[in-house]
Design a protein around this ligand. Structure first.
Ligand code: SF4
Ligand code: ZN
Length: 325
């Protein structure tokens, strides 16, 4: 999972001397006072049109990619951080107008002292406010210990260890909740970072493989309705709803390659607006070029736990052996 940024999300407010009148930019759609300037398109939007624009783009992503269909039970992976909070707020506003779609949430407690407690409290408040069913599951319950305990002496591996355990925990929680779709709060920045990291690692199969799709029905499909909404837009959306909270960062985030890539991409995006969208477009083009050319992984089952995997033993069982040493 991603760690959040802190401070003002809009970043570039104008500063003026007392005697110089500041001209408030006007909304391109209604001429009301603008609260957001999109550097890529040059658009200015007021509060109402900014919120409407974000919700429409999420609805368009869901429809164009067929992410949610009538009868679905969409379970949100709710960490209580910024992205999953915005995801819940947007889906809760959009879904009542859609045919027989049910919404609920699950929260994973990895056991990260000084970090997870705040976001879990925030998740609890949010589901109460929206009256949604909410299930929680902890690493201690599932794996017999906290992430903090598992990581003693191997902190630099934090995110890969956490990622493997979280993936399993989310699958178990979503399965218990009866989900047909598991919605995560990954945003445009996260997706662009993943594309860039896969390029840096030279991992073409992972670049073109959509982790959310599974034609063989081995796990509950994951959907990312915020994949074209930037981290900055999410922050502004939360602020405009009075839902912005400065939550602590995960203490292990400093060890992640993603952290470095994040800083690099954010600075490129600021200098060359549209960089992240261009990365996503490159991924789509590469996917189209590779369609049908990459060998599909054969369906195999882990010798130890029976879960589907690509080798003899799944990543989780391999990891568990090292955790118990
Ligand atoms: Fe996210 Fe890494 Fe922290 Fe896990 S350890 S919550 S993946 S930053
Ligand atoms: Zn296994």
């Amino acid at each position: 999972m991603r760690s959040g940024s802190s401070g003002s999300p809009t970043g570039d407010e104008a500063v003026a001397c007392d005697d110089v009148p500041v001209k408030t930019p006007r909304c391109d759609r209604c001429s009301g006072p603008a609260v957001f300037h999109d550097k890529k398109t040059g658009r200015h939007l007021c509060r109402e049109h900014f919120i409407a624009d974000i919700e429409k783009r999420v609805a368009d992503t869901i429809r164009s990619k067929n992410l949610i269909i009538p009868g679905d039970h969409v379970v949100i992976a709710l960490s209580g951080g910024k992205d999953s909070t915005a995801l819940l707020m947007i889906l809760a506003r959009l879904l009542p107008s859609w045919d027989s779609v049910r919404l609920s949430a699950v929260t994973i407690d990895e056991g990260i002292a000084g970090y997870r407690e705040d976001t879990i409290r925030s998740a609890d408040r949010l589901v109460m406010q929206y009256g949604l069913d909410h299930a929680s599951i902890s690493f201690t319950e599932l794996f017999g210990g906290t992430l903090d305990a598992f990581l003693k002496g191997r902190e630099p591996e934090a995110c890969s260890v956490c990622g493997i355990l979280r993936r399993k925990a989310l699958n178990v929680a979503a399965d218990r909740a009866g989900a047909t779709k598991l919605a995560t709060g990954h945003n445009l920045d996260d997706e662009a970072q993943s594309v860039f990291m896969n390029v840096l690692r030279g991992d073409l199969p992972r670049l073109v493989r959509d982790s959310g799709s599974d034609s063989k029905g081995r796990f509950i499909p994951r959907i990312k309705p915020l994949m074209f909404i930037s981290e900055k837009e999410i922050a502004v959306y939360l602020m405009l709803h009075g839902a912005w909270a400065d939550l602590p960062e995960c203490p292990y985030a400093v060890h992640a390659l993603r952290g470095e890539v994040r800083g690099m991409l954010a600075s490129l995006e600021s200098k060359y607006p549209g960089t992240m969208l261009h990365l996503m477009e490159s991924k789509t083009r590469i996917e189209a070029q590779c369609a049908g050319r990459l060998e599909e992984e054969p369906v195999r089952h882990c010798r130890e736990c029976g879960d589907s995997c690509s080798g003899e033993i799944c990543q989780l069982c391999t990891l568990k052996k090292t955790l118990s040493q």
